[in-house]
Design a protein around this ligand. Sequence first.
Ligand SMILES: Cc1ncc(COP(=O)(O)O)c(C=O)c1O
Length: 399
Amino acid sequence: MSTTSDSSSGAATSQNSFIPLCEPCLRGNEWEYVKECLDTGWVSSVGSFVDRFETGVARYTGVDHAVATVNGTAALHTGLLCVGVEPDDEVLVSTLTFIASANAIRYAGAHPVLIDAEPRFWQMDPNLVEHYLSQECVFKNGILRNRSTGRRVRAIMPVHVLGHPVQMDEIRQLAGKYELAVVEDAAESLGAAYHGNRVGCDGDVTCFSFNGNKTITAGAGGMLVTNNSHVAERARYLTTQAKDDPVEYEHHEVGYNYRLSNVLAALGLAQLEQIDAVIARKREIAATYDSQLNLPGFDWFRESPDVFSTYWLSTAMIDPLSSGTTATALRLGLHEQDVQTRRLWRPMHTNPPYMECQSVLTGVADSIADNSLSFPSSASLTDDDQARVCNAVAALLER
Ligand SMILES: Cc1ncc(COP(=O)(O)O)c(C=O)c1O
């Protein structure tokens, strides 16, 4: 089996010696809550678990409103529509991301402008954002436009990668200066914090994913969180087929069937109850890799003092010269020993659907993508299994 895709279930066959990259840890009230849905017949897109899951995520992240969706991509698409992104607008997004971020921009009919990563936190580089906005764009009649395409520039989508929060101060400052909305892609980073504030608690719109390999899972699912009641109301409306009347079939707009089912929300709620333990274990796992595999040429992705990373996936940059290996060679070697690891995404500017997009590139994202490797990071990873991973890496390096 393979769980290498971001869209994979992550479910693993842990009865054999296979060590998965990231499998769900289903050890709480999952059975009980799902059974309640089946026993009561509330299995579809309305039900108490949808409400409880939304309230739970809102309370956990410290926001006023949360709207559950079928997946994180749908949350991103809805978020863009809710902040006013329209067809032919431009949205700045990190080139170093999973393709869902860029796809959501295209679903809204807008055009991604790809921004390279900065080397320390791997997030979109605020200096490049500033460069693009100040050099390539101009305010005309109060509207920010791209000088060369003439398109309106409407929003920024920073991506909190691998459980690590974006340094939001710089991004927000630029968004304020250039009157841009911010839609945060925090699919991988529920529970991460910046300056003591949980990701999502002080943004315009933030989106999470509950895909099978995420910090907590609903099997599939997403959530849009915001403090803006109008955005929340609009999100609820758009994700429910833009239904204007609760009884009559009145629709004045094209909406989407994006609401999460009660069964999946039940799973999500049970998972949310365990999130603190899951994150604590992931941080322990990251610290162990950092100390056990503190090898020449291995640079582990670390949090800075002002942030709290969930270390969703423990990841290292592997310098071929000083380590004597490559991320690919290590991945293949570990695969032979039933240890699953994962390369980072190919940056968007190298993917055919997005190759022609306007971009501001420095080569950092390419280098990160070429040389980084994520290691097994399931909260259920045992100490023995992690020792096996570390020993396998050491043996491969000796070879
Ligand atoms: C960075 C990022 N954005 C968006 C998504 C999309 O989430 P989903 O798979 O729930 O649609 C994912 C995960 O799959 C992701 O890793």
